[in-house]
Design a binder for this molecule. Structure first.
Ligand SMILES: Nc1ncnc2c1ncn2[C@@H]1O[C@H](COP(=O)(O)OP(=O)(O)O)[C@@H](O)[C@H]1O
Ligand SMILES: [Mg+2]
Length: 363
């Protein structure tokens, strides 16, 4: 075999599963830890009264982090302000981050209809890029490396036939019945490498690949709602992420890569569970406080509305049918008086910030 050359399109990328068994003792042991932590997270998610809280607030935070890995950067304040009107007035980077959340939602809705395919990832990528994305054609080659020095670290397979053949194989691998393929978490780890190595799009591969991960966890029944995201872990260990991806390509080093992802799943599941518990605790405290101190204003729907995302405005309440404009405004003012929300003027309207929730989401 020729030595690996990062400048040549990697058309030799082997199909999955590899000929050699990758489920070593170490892998299985780490897999057990990750599976256990994930099961606990799944259980706690069920206990949250309104799942929309988790489906909105947590994915928005992930959208920010996953985009940050790709140098698409926004601040918390810009992001949550933009989320108030779905990005109508936001700068391009913030808009792109919001589209990530839209893409994730679309994927989740489709998965809930039991529709899982690589084609779905094309839709996801199109939404997040804000343009119709096709798999790379024969003339569309890309490389991974430094765009300024043009130092090449990896060149994915050529566009066209090579990409579509490898994607078909990846899809089949992911759809193998449970007992015929590796453990679902091991499979997710392997598929993440494979997807990034195929690099099916001109751009957006990192982000759509990370969305693929969560969709696959839901598809496999390991999670019910999209709350487990590795981006925070990846940001913290970024050079390892890249190094271990290259290790699989250059040295067939599956074990360290799989262990890295499994460890990330375990750590992140434990951390997310704490976060979900903290949100639940804050929700219950807020209900109690509001019931006691402002019983005329209290409704469960009102509290849920201020938990859907950290910033809120009057029209959220009117649109949710909680109150007409004037009362809705009074309700939010009352919540501010109780110290639950904090208002800020934006043009003619007021934004209400739920800082305690923001704190949990971003700590
Ligand atoms: N050596 C490598 N081999 C395979 N994939 C890699 C390698 N280095 C980085 N990647 C993947 O490429 C992603 C970036 O690809 P890109 O298409 O620019 O995604 P995005 O638009 O979401 O920025 C990284 O997040 C990583 O997952
Ligand atoms: Mg990119």
């Amino acid at each position: 075999m020729m030595p690996y050359d990062p400048r040549i399109p990697y058309d030799e990328l082997p199909p999955l599963p590899p000929a050699r068994d990758v489920e070593t003792k170490n892998v299985l042991k780490q897999c057990l830890g990750a599976t256990r932590a994930l099961a606990e997270l799944k259980g706690i998610g069920d206990l949250i009264p309104n799942q929309a809280i988790l489906i909105n607030a947590i994915p928005l935070q992930e959208a920010k982090l996953s985009s940050e890995i790709e140098n698409i950067v926004t601040t918390q304040d810009e992001l949550y302000k933009a989320a108030l009107d779905e990005g109508m007035t936001a700068d391009p980077q913030t808009k792109e981050v919001l589209r990530y959340r839209t893409a994730l939602r679309h994927g989740f809705n489709e998965i809930s209809k039991n529709r899982f395919s690589i084609g779905l990832i094309r839709e996801v990528c199109s939404i997040l890029r804000g343009a119709d994305m096709d798999f790379r054609s024969q003339s569309e080659n890309v490389f991974i490396g430094n765009p300024i020095t043009r130092q090449v670290r990896y060149t994915p397979p050529s566009g066209g036939a090579a990409v579509s053949e490898k994607l078909d194989n990846l899809e089949q691998f992911l759809l193998l019945p449970g007992d015929e393929g590796p453990d679902p978490l091991v499979r997710m780890a392997m598929a993440h490498y494979q997807f990034e190595a195929i690099h099916p799009f001109i751009d957006g591969n990192g982000r759509s690949g990370r969305i693929l991960n969560i969709l696959y966890l839901i598809h496999s029944g390991l999670l019910k709602i999209p709350v487990l995201y590795l981006s925070r872990y990846i940001i913290r260990t970024k050079s390892e992420y890249y190094k271990l991806l290259r290790g699989v390509t250059e040295n067939d080093s599956w074990e360290p890569w799989i262990l890295y992802i499994l460890k990330g799943i375990e750590e992140t599941a434990v951390w997310t569970k704490e976060r979900v518990e903290a949100i639940r605790g804050l929700f219950e405290d807020t209900v109690l406080l509001c019931r006691e101190k402002a019983p005329k204003v209290y409704s469960k729907e009102l509290i849920e509305a201020i938990f859907a995302q950290p910033y809120c405005k009057i029209s959220f309440l009117t649109e949710a049918g909680i109150a007409k404009r004037q009362s809705a405004s009074l309700y939010l003012k009352e919540l501010e008086r109780l110290g639950i929300l904090q208002s800020e003027k934006r043009g003619r309207e007021s934004i209400y910030k739920h800082l305690a929730l923001l704190d949990i989401l971003t700590r």
